[in-house]
Design a protein around this ligand. Structure first.
Ligand SMILES: Nc1ncnc2c1ncn2[C@@H]1O[C@H](COP(=O)(O)OP(=O)(O)OP(=O)(O)O)[C@@H](O)[C@H]1O
Ligand SMILES: [Mg+2]
Length: 298
């Protein structure tokens, strides 16, 4: 009888991304401070925090754009090389907060460029369309069209990227990122500038990506999107991780409400207390207004 100790089940819940003690300093400014974060296979993890909290900087540390001042980042157990194309080749793909497409290339060509880490033909071959490119093109083109279909852009394959509406440009960035066949996808504000319908569609798209076996780490300011989507959410405030937990835990945490959300959610704990404080303040103000000598204080 043989015993198979390498069944596929052992990979379920495997740690895909393991960032340990990541710190990024720019001169005197510490943009990211000692952040630990893991993403497991099959997970969608959210990263939220106010403007300037260090979210994009953290992504840049994960993808080799920045070399962290301290700490290390592992992908499937291996420390990542400090070069973005090597990180992509290792299996991490990303989209950018400020869309970065090749505006004068077609939609299909943009996705084909995204495949360059997975084909023998390199980046320039894809751009210059030399003889080698044409040989390798058929298989790549088929995969690229599959991906365009997956994000709902197959009918626009021949359009120039710059002519796509904003929401579709974001989808195209996702298709291009998927073209490198990643095990982990990082999305930096994928719904920024989208209308509610497009945001809903993006939510479905991210679920579909997860269902394909790709782990997802997503930055977003749209809380409804984040809390609907994510298995876990981490909150960055001034470069530090304030809390990490499931949506309910994070949504209900008073420090998060205070530091990030500004105002409590509907039915959030503490709402009654806030109302009480506001009533007391209004009462105090009315009393002060009526107090003698008030006019002279102005
Ligand atoms: N290359 C850089 N050089 C110097 N400072 C930087 C650099 N990149 C980011 N910063 C600073 O680091 C801090 C974090 O910026 P970051 O863009 O990571 O924030 P963020 O959480 O992504 O914000 P937003 O939600 O607005 O996108 C900010 O104070 C920013 O000015
Ligand atoms: Mg950002």
């Amino acid at each position: 009888m043989t015993t198979d100790t390498t069944t596929k089940d052992t990979t379920v819940g495997q740690t895909v991304l393991d960032a340990r003690g990541v710190t990024m300093r720019f001169g005197g400014l510490t943009a990211v401070r000692d952040v630990n974060l893991t993403v497991n296979s099959g997970e969608i993890v959210g990263l939220i925090g106010p403007n300037g909290a260090g979210k994009t900087t953290f992504f840049n540390c994960l993808t080799g754009l920045y070399i962290p001042t301290e700490g290390e980042v592992r992908y499937k157990g291996t420390v990542l090389p400090p070069k973005s194309f090597k990180v992509t080749a290792a299996g991490i793909a990303r989209t950018f907060q400020n869309i970065r497409l090749f505006a004068n290339m077609t939609v299909l060509e943009n996705v084909l460029v995204g495949r360059h880490t997975r084909t023998k033909e390199g980046f320039w071959s894809a751009v210059l369309r030399g003889p080698g490119f044409h040989k390798a093109e058929a298989a790549s083109r088929e995969r690229a069209m599959e991906l365009l279909e997956f994000v709902g852009l197959e009918k626009k394959a021949d359009h120039l990227a710059r002519n796509l509406p904003y929401g579709e440009q974001r989808k195209l960035e996702i298709a291009r990122a998927l073209a490198s066949e990643p095990g982990l996808l990082l999305l930096d504000e994928p719904t920024a500038g989208m209308n509610p319908q497009e945001t809903r569609a993006t939510e479905e798209l991210v679920f579909a990506i997860r269902d394909k076996g790709i782990a997802v780490l997503v930055i977003e300011h749209d809380m409804r999107f984040i809390f609907n989507l994510c298995d876990r959410v981490a909150v960055l405030v001034q470069g530090q991780k304030l809390i990490e937990g499931d949506s309910a835990t994070v949504q209900g945490d008073e420090r998060v409400i205070a530091a990030y959300l500004g105002e409590p959610f509907e039915n959030a704990p503490g709402e009654e207390e806030v109302a009480e404080v506001e009533a007391a303040e209004a009462k105090a103000e009315a009393t002060t207004d009526a107090a003698p000598g008030k006019e002279n204080d102005r």
